[in-house]
Design a protein around this ligand. Structure first.
Ligand SMILES: *[C@@H]1O[C@H](CO)[C@@H](O)[C@H](O)[C@H]1NC(C)=O
Ligand SMILES: *[C@@H]1O[C@H](CO)[C@@H](O)[C@H](O)[C@H]1NC(C)=O
Ligand SMILES: *[C@@H]1O[C@H](CO)[C@@H](O)[C@H](O)[C@H]1NC(C)=O
Ligand SMILES: *[C@@H]1O[C@H](CO)[C@@H](O)[C@H](O)[C@H]1NC(C)=O
Ligand SMILES: *[C@@H]1O[C@H](CO)[C@@H](O)[C@H](O)[C@H]1NC(C)=O
Ligand SMILES: *[C@@H]1O[C@H](CO)[C@@H](O)[C@H](O)[C@H]1NC(C)=O
Ligand SMILES: *[C@@H]1O[C@H](CO)[C@@H](O)[C@H](O)[C@H]1NC(C)=O
Length: 410
């Protein structure tokens, strides 16, 4: 029997814009919307994964002792969507910071790639139990360019709602209620404050209901120590399973890697650096490293302990994105003339919030569990009882759904 409770990972980015001093600007040239059915998402995948690791490493370097948890694909998608309304340097910075070489890849290919990705994520064939979408809240006083509206709907399936930002209390409630509803209550009170100049808010959300292909037996989950530092520990619930799983001991990089499948096409990597080797492992993270691990892994019996946890992280990504090359959009240099004719439009915030919970549930009853062999086992024992890394990929599209570094799980 499978419980209906969601183990959820879920995420979401929010952007909010400020508008001041309306004035008249020329219409930007209209961009044609192509209907070509072209799965360019395959070409997007490596670029998106590289971006994901760059962003992840940057966030870790800013707070080496903290948990980090993000949904890179959601952030990439928001930035690409925004580029539809950006012009000149603002436009180039957005796409180049995502890692696209604009002489090799056209805007059209990029947007078609994301369009196809959204289509796949929303398609039950992939078996991904995921809820994702993009939504725009717009003040009735602001008029958006028709091309922008048409393109964000066409490529990113954006739902548009009008909001009364003149009454920021009411607008905040409307937006927060919407997000709370879409994330089944997991993201509450997204915006604490709304800038009084806010005229529109663009939100990407992902709610991933990951269920393990092979569940953990909740009967053997028990309190154990998690070492947050040398000689420093916290007590937490540790889940256990004893069965065959893909794993490897990477002697060269000094870490242990376990790969667990979710039901559907999502797969999770748990990476446990040897003591004192976290920085070395983080520095080596790359697409090549993932490929290497995929080749080295072996499907063998292992006794596995993984903490049961729920963490929530929020970020204002402005500083990180500036450092990664997205500069003009946050300043008066912003050219968002493709979004609206109003002058002086700039991005006021780029919020990202992700909630992760890992627990026992799977789609398949735990087999071979309840064995009281925990302390008598002859299998290798892998215990995630010190800081570790946690990644979720969709192996159908090779998208980085989530990247996390867990330094303190409570
Ligand atoms: C924005 O870019 C467009 C196209 O490059 C240009 O025509 C326009 O003058 C720019 N607007 C601003 C406010 O810089
Ligand atoms: C972009 O691609 C072109 C053509 O393949 C290449 O000449 C150029 O060096 C690339 N630019 C970057 C920054 O990689
Ligand atoms: C997902 O699919 C459903 C039904 O096919 C559709 O109504 C919905 O708009 C789609 N959502 C996205 C974000 O594409
Ligand atoms: C703003 O909205 C709130 C909630 O709907 C309402 O109680 C309040 O009277 C409104 N304020 C103004 C100035 O309209
Ligand atoms: C939440 O979503 C459900 C299902 O989509 C809908 O029926 C309900 O009215 C929504 N509630 C709010 C407060 O938006
Ligand atoms: C867990 O324990 C309960 C109560 O002892 C038992 O009914 C159930 O079968 C056990 N579950 C597993 C998977 O062993
Ligand atoms: C940890 O405990 C050991 C043994 O008590 C001690 O030698 C060591 O200095 C301690 N390390 C730290 C960082 O406190």
């Amino acid at each position: 029997m499978t419980s209906t409770l969601y183990k959820c990972l879920f995420i979401f980015s929010a952007l909010s814009f400020c508008v001041s001093q309306p004035s008249n600007q020329d219409l930007p040239p209209q961009e044609p919307i192509a209907e070509k059915e072209n799965p360019s998402h395959r070409r997007l995948a490596p670029v998106n994964v590289d971006f994901a690791f760059r962003l992840f490493k940057n966030l870790i370097s800013r707070a080496p002792d903290r948990n980090v948890f993000i949904s890179p694909v959601s952030i990439s998608m928001s930035l690409a969507m925004l580029s539809l309304g950006a012009r000149a340097a603002t436009h180039t910075q957005l796409l180049e910071s995502l890692g696209f070489n604009l002489t090799e890849t056209s805007d059209l290919e990029i947007h078609q790639g994301f369009q196809y990705l959204i289509h796949l994520f929303n398609n039950s064939d992939t078996g991904l139990e995921m809820n994702m979408g993009n939504v725009l809240f717009l003040d009735s006083q602001i008029e958006l360019m028709e091309t922008f509206m048409a393109e964000i709907k066409h490529y990113y399936n954006v739902e548009v709602f009008s909001a009364d930002f003149q009454n920021s209390t009411r607008a905040k409630k409307q937006v927060n209620d919407f997000v709370k509803n879409k994330t089944l209550g997991k993201v509450d009170q997204l915006f604490k404050e709304l800038d009084s100049d806010t005229m529109l808010i663009l939100i990407s959300y992902i709610f991933f209901k990951g269920r393990w292909a092979k569940s953990f037996d909740s009967n053997v989950t028990e309190m154990q120590k998690f070492y947050t530092g040398e000689n420093v520990s916290v007590d937490m619930l540790m889940m256990f399973q004893s069965r065959a799983n893909n794993h490897l001991f990477d002697k060269e990089l000094s870490c242990t890697v376990v790969q667990l499948e979710y039901s559907g096409s999502a797969t999770a990597f748990f990476i446990l650096p040897d003591e004192g080797k976290m920085d070395q492992v983080v520095a080596a993270l790359s697409r090549d490293m993932l490929n290497r691990w995929s080749q080295l892994r072996r499907y063998r019996h292992v006794d596995l302990y993984i903490p049961k946890l729920c963490i929530s992280e929020s970020y204002d990504l402005e500083d990180v994105l500036r450092e990664m090359g997205v500069m003009d959009i946050f300043t008066s240099q912003a050219n968002l003339s493709g979004i609206t004719k109003e002058a002086s439009v700039q991005l006021s915030e780029f919020l990202h919030k992700a909630v992760l919970s890992i627990d026992e549930e799977g789609t398949e009853a735990a087999a071979g569990t309840g064995l009281n062999v925990i302390f008598k086992s002859y299998h290798p024992i892998i215990k995630f009882n010190r800081p570790f890394l946690f990644f979720v990929f969709d192996h159908f599209t090779w998208s980085s759904l989530f990247l996390g570094k867990i330094t303190n799980p409570v």
